[in-house]
Write a protein that binds this ligand. Sequence first.
Ligand code: GLN
Length: 384
Amino acid sequence: MAFAGFPSRLPQVGTTIFTVMSRLAAAHGAINLSQGFPDFSPPPRLAERVAHHMAAGGNQYAPMAGALPLREAIAEKVAALYGARYDVEAEITVTAGATQGIFTAIAACVRPGDEVIVFAPVYDSYVPAIELNGGKAVFATLRFPDYLPDWDEVRALINPRTRLIVINTPHNPSGAVWSAADLAALEALVRDSGIVVLADEVHEHMVFDGARHESVARYPALAERSFVVSSFGKTYHITGWKIAYCLAPRELMAEFRKAHQFIVFAVNHPAQLALADFMREDPGFAAALADFYRGKRDFLRAQLAGSRFELLPCAGTYFQLARYAAISAEPDTAFAQRLTREHGVATIPVSVFYPGGDDHRVVRFCFAKNEATLAAAGERLRAL
Ligand code: GLN
């Protein structure tokens, strides 16, 4: 079949790198350290609770905003961790994954002609979401090699058309973690403006080496103008369940829900009820995640220690960046493809997250894997 001449609304966009690389990994039987997902199981108790709720009748539409017990569990968690009180009825919405939450927040506030500041390297869903809603992405830089923002640069990008600033900490793909000083700088920039903040905090429980996650929810002057998106997929090893949530003050959340109800309406009901049970029964699970993933980070770093990869710092997330300039002069996309095809390890090339394709010869490894997987990859990578 063919339908020629249909004018694309996203002419610059191809298929997301995560799908491209996972597909290539499968085609070549490569160890897949590209797309971020665990190769181990969620806690068995969580699956048991899904089965329970399916048997017990939780099989019809969830409430549009999310199952009440889950919203209650989220409110308790956020209050305990960040001291922020979000109203269960009006200020918390469960979404079908963080990507939907981010898209919906953008759809709820970006109008044609609005400018949205994003930070490059930028997670690949933000700019298409901005453009589909008629906005224009304006790029601030996370400076190589520490991938932290330059607040003077951000200040210079703000103008009366700036509607939204999208931030992401811990940062994907770099693993950089913003400090309290970064949040304070952001707060000072947006205070007394009409600018909304969208904080992608899906890796909130993966911050290492004694640092703490600086959620915008900790800072009342930021929280009052912010959407905060987090993810159950990352925290409970269930990326395939596609469940996340958004927090926002009631005026913003009312607008969010106007869009949410017609984008997805509601989210998988038994899974929500199971998550609510599990969060109640095992509140320590999320708190233990940082140590769990720090161990995996250190294991992967030890695997690569004898290689020609140069490891960049990893302060958070389950991603490790590495420079391969000592191995090859190829562009990172070519290197990542060849690494998959010829050496059997799939990674994500970082240049795809820059509007201009900036190439620092860096690839991203996902270490949310069993030690056997990381060891097998390490053996292949040390041979390069
Ligand atoms: N967040 C995941 C990653 O960075 C990808 C999610 C997706 O493929 N949509 O690897």
